[in-house]
Design a protein around this ligand. Structure first.
Ligand code: SAM
Length: 276
């Protein structure tokens, strides 16, 4: 099979993707996926060679559509409810009560899920908060979910999930907060809309600044797609976005100590949490 993206030009588009999104693609593993995408997109745009496609992507994309389409094609969006659930328990039973004690009563606690993919992570945060019950009765809690991929944010806003996606939710929680549909489940009315979902790129400083300051940032299973320089840049962006005393939680295979040394690491119930 021959593609309009040659192996030599893969390096060019790979460098572009890396520079814009931090996602580091290796020719050995990703050439076929990207080449198939470029062929499909070029056909849609009635373009017959890579040079014209790459020009359109870099210099003729004032509305950002080409970049968005490319991002939607390269990201890996695997997620499910209650994934690495010990961290949600540490949030509900340790982090939130600590923040609640410390912060002025009128101040909402703000939590960011970056990246949130199709929404299972921020909704798992909400489910733990409402089931824990105490803090949420006394204080406003805002949960924001962001992802670079616009298709996952569209799905997150619909809040319809497959059986596979909800498999780790305890049956009582599932029946309390979800509505059974013909195929899968939907977040029930009480919680639908409780997460503010937005398309945003963690490398876009302006977009990050607009989100405001947070008390907790969940950033799980994204840094694994980046190289060390990009991980460092994102870690420092999160540092700037946190209020003093705020927390970061990473995926189980990701370690802040290998990236930057500005956070204090603590182990709570076997979970590593990082505090500003
Ligand atoms: C494997 S999912 C992780 C979802 C969830 N945090 C979890 O752990 O289940 C990784 C997500 O990172 C997103 N992503 C990759 N690069 C990004 C960037 N530069 N800015 C924002 N999101 C990004 C992808 O679109 C994808 O949905």
């Amino acid at each position: 099979m021959s593609y309009i993206l040659s192996k030599e030009n893969f390096a060019k588009i790979g460098e572009f993707i890396y520079r814009k999104s931090g996602i580091y693609l290796e020719a050995d593993k990703h050439y076929d996926k990207i080449a198939k995408y470029v062929d499909k997109r070029a056909k849609e745009l009635e373009i017959d060679n890579f040079r014209k496609y790459f020009f359109a992507l870099r210099f003729d994309d004032s509305d950002g559509i080409e970049f968005q389409e490319l991002m939607n094609a390269v990201t890996v969006n695997e997620t499910y409810f209650f994934r690495e659930k010990d961290q949600f328990e540490v949030l509900a039973n340790h982090i939130l009560p600590n923040l609640h004690k410390k912060l002025p009563a009128s101040k909402p606690i703000r939590i960011l899920s970056a990246p949130c993919s199709t929404g299972e992570e921020p909704y798992s945060i909400i489910l733990h908060i409402v089931e824990e019950g105490k803090v949420v009765e006394e204080r406003d809690i805002e949960v924001v979910g962001i992802d670079i991929d616009s298709t996952v944010i569209e799905k997150a806003n619909k809040a319809s999930y497959t059986e596979r996606s909800v498999h780790a939710i305890p049956p009582v929680t599932l029946s309390n907060w979800f509505t059974k549909k013909k195929f899968g489940y939907e977040i029930g009315e009480d919680l639908h809309g409780s997460v503010d979902f937005q398309v945003a790129n963690v490398f876009d400083k302006q977009q990050m600044r607009k989100l405001g300051k947070f008390d907790v940032i969940f950033s799980r299973n994204m840094l694994i797609y980046f190289d060390d320089a990009s991980r460092k840049e994102v870690a420092m962006t999160f540092y700037d976005m946190l209020n003093p005393g705020g927390y970061v939680l990473l995926g189980h295979a990701e370690y802040m100590s290998r990236i930057v040394s500005v956070f204090n690491a603590q182990k709570v119930n076997n979970c590593l949490i990082y505090q500003k």
